[in-house]
Design a protein around this ligand. Sequence first.
Ligand code: PEP
Length: 248
Amino acid sequence: MRRKVVAGNWKMNNDINATVDLISALKAGLKSSEPKSDVIICPPFTSLETAKELVKNSNIKLGAQNMHFEENGAFTGEISAAMLRSTGCEYVILGHSERRTIFQESDELINKKIKKALSSGLKPIFCIGETLEERESSITFDVITRQIQKGLEGISSLESIIIAYEPVWAIGTGKTASPAQAEEVHSFIRNLLTKMYGEKEAQSVIIQYGGSVKADNASELLNMPNIDGALVGGACLKADSFLAIINY
Ligand code: PEP
């Protein structure tokens, strides 16, 4: 039985004061009972140190939203895996569609980042997903196959990896994939991973859905057999809606 994992991608939101307020409200909401899902929050880099202190002794885990694949050096504006580890991060989102489209990140670059994250003890939340144009051209499965094969090239185990299927047309648009549409792709992904890594690893890997997950659609999505949680953008910025998704 895979446990559900819900992660919040804060994106470029929340200064230090807002970080303190949001994490305090989340902790208060999670205190009363054992949450139904495992919880990860991914604040911006500037909030990680504050978040690290606030999530101590709670069941909230910490992740970052990006990192560079080099160890250190002349890479102005970049953050390394070791820096993330030193701020208490256990996870890092890699390959988010906003990184792929706005910052031109390629499958090859994402592969380098995943390898560096793993060798540094970070668990990647590896995002994949098709654009609207690709879906309408009926190449969703080809795109997913390419992103997975190239993104995971040379990686021998899925043990420390979370996959997040995020159809680009559903991110921040209010349009959600229907549970059946999402399940179809999740099941395709698990079959592909079975061919690449064998039954045992593919059955254990967490495959999150992301794309306009809200309190009122979380339960129908998370109850699908191959949807093991959610990567949440907009709805993770308010404690009430994020808590409702966690306890879907
Ligand atoms: C995301 O950015 O990963 C995301 C899923 O955003 P939203 O929930 O706002 O669609």
